[in-house]
Design a protein around this ligand. Structure first.
Ligand code: UDP
Length: 325
């Protein structure tokens, strides 16, 4: 059985990736410092509790598990926090990744799938955002992810590994079996907050702004189910192994949903009216961010199949119910 190193495998997308890797016949070896991750989300392979910047430990586990392929999810990922603590973001995300790549490439890394973000596009305008849209981040979180992508562009060929950077639009949803889900603290994301509010397990939802230049005035985003996202990671891995070129890919559906449309989906899926109020805009929110996912679809045949809003909301509700039980 081939072992794949999963840096950040105790986090939201990383833990879902471990489940998908195990189902695809790999052994996911999680490397996580558990600062934001959860040990009990690591269920499909071993957990090594260490930092990605711990070169000695990374080299040791790379040797022990004969790692030639890695997926890298470990990062600080809160936009607001990145503005107040940019140094933390550069240290953890950029410096940490450089150390991780140094250690893995010293032990024979061949392929790396890197978790990137639509935040690299900043407030890009246009109906759909393709990968050739100029990357102009508007916060340190997006800057650090872009800095890593650019570094990989030089380090990959120099050290002899191929890579791809998967730029997620809005990761959402949870494992349909209710085993794992999104557990951020504090939770800032729309769908978990909306589901908790609707189920009476949290405060009423605040809708940040209804005066944007969008059809109903609320912000439009491209929500992708986490299970669709991790399926793309496995396809990207296969594509790299088959000799695919190193580059970024968008992961989104190509269909935008407004905050009010997601609220309507919650009402349909949960059969209750979500309690919400409209409040002022949240700083830094662009009106509309929707992916052009054609490149990932063409390169490795990825098609999201679970990313409609009703399925997203229902999966989060199932996870919330399972974790409350
Ligand atoms: N949003 C909201 N109320 C919340 C959380 C989010 O109205 O409690 C809005 C937010 O302004 C944005 C969209 O929902 O337009 C998605 O926000 P989220 O934080 O989930 O993801 P982001 O797009 O910031 O990555």
């Amino acid at each position: 059985m081939e072992s794949i190193l999963v840096a950040g495998g105790a986090g939201y997308v990383g833990s879902h990736a471990c489940k998908a890797l195990a189902a695809a016949g790999y052994r996911p070896v999680t490397l996580d410092n558990l600062v934001t991750g959860h040990a009990d989300a690591v269920k499909w392979g071993p957990l090594v509790e260490a930092d990605i910047a711990d070169v000695e430990t990374v080299r040791r586990i790379a040797r022990e598990y004969e790692i030639t392929t890695a997926m890298h999810f470990a990062a600080r990922s809160l936009v607001g926090e990145s503005v107040s603590k940019p140094d933390l973001y550069y240290e953890n995300n950029v410096v940490g990744t450089l150390r991780l790549v140094e250690a893995l490439s010293a032990e024979g890394l061949k392929h790396l799938v890197f978790s990137s973000t639509a935040a690299v596009y900043g407030a890009a305008e246009g109906e759909l955002i393709a990968e050739d849209t100029p990357a102009r981040p508007i916060n340190p979180y997006g800057e650090t992810k872009l800095a890593i992508e650019r570094a990989l562009g030089w380090i990959g060929p120099a050290k002899g590994f191929s890579w791809c950077a998967l730029r997620y639009f809005n990761a959402a949803g949870a494992d349909p079996d209710g085993e794992i889900g999104e557990r951020h603290d504090p939770e800032t994301h729309l769908i978990p907050n909306l589901v908790r509010a609707t189920l009476g397990a949290g405060p009423g939802l605040k809708v940040f702004g209804d005066d944007y230049p969008t059809p109903d005035g609320s912000c439009v985003r491209d929500y992708v189910h986490v299970v669709d996202l991790v399926e793309a990671h496995i396809k990207a891995l296969d594509w790299l192994k088959a000799g695919g070129a190193s580059r970024p890919f968008n992961l989104g559906t190509g269909k935008g949903l407004s905050v009010l449309e997601v609220i309507a989906a919650a009402e349909r899926a949960l059969g209750r009216r979500p309690p919400y109020e409209i409040v002022g805009r949240r700083a830094g929110d662009p009106p509309r961010l929707v992916a052009d996912p054609a490149a990932a679809m063409a390169a490795f045949g990825w098609t999201p199949t679970r990313s409609d809003p009703d399925t997203l909301v229902a999966s989060v509700a199932a996870f919330e119910a399972a974790s409350a039980a």
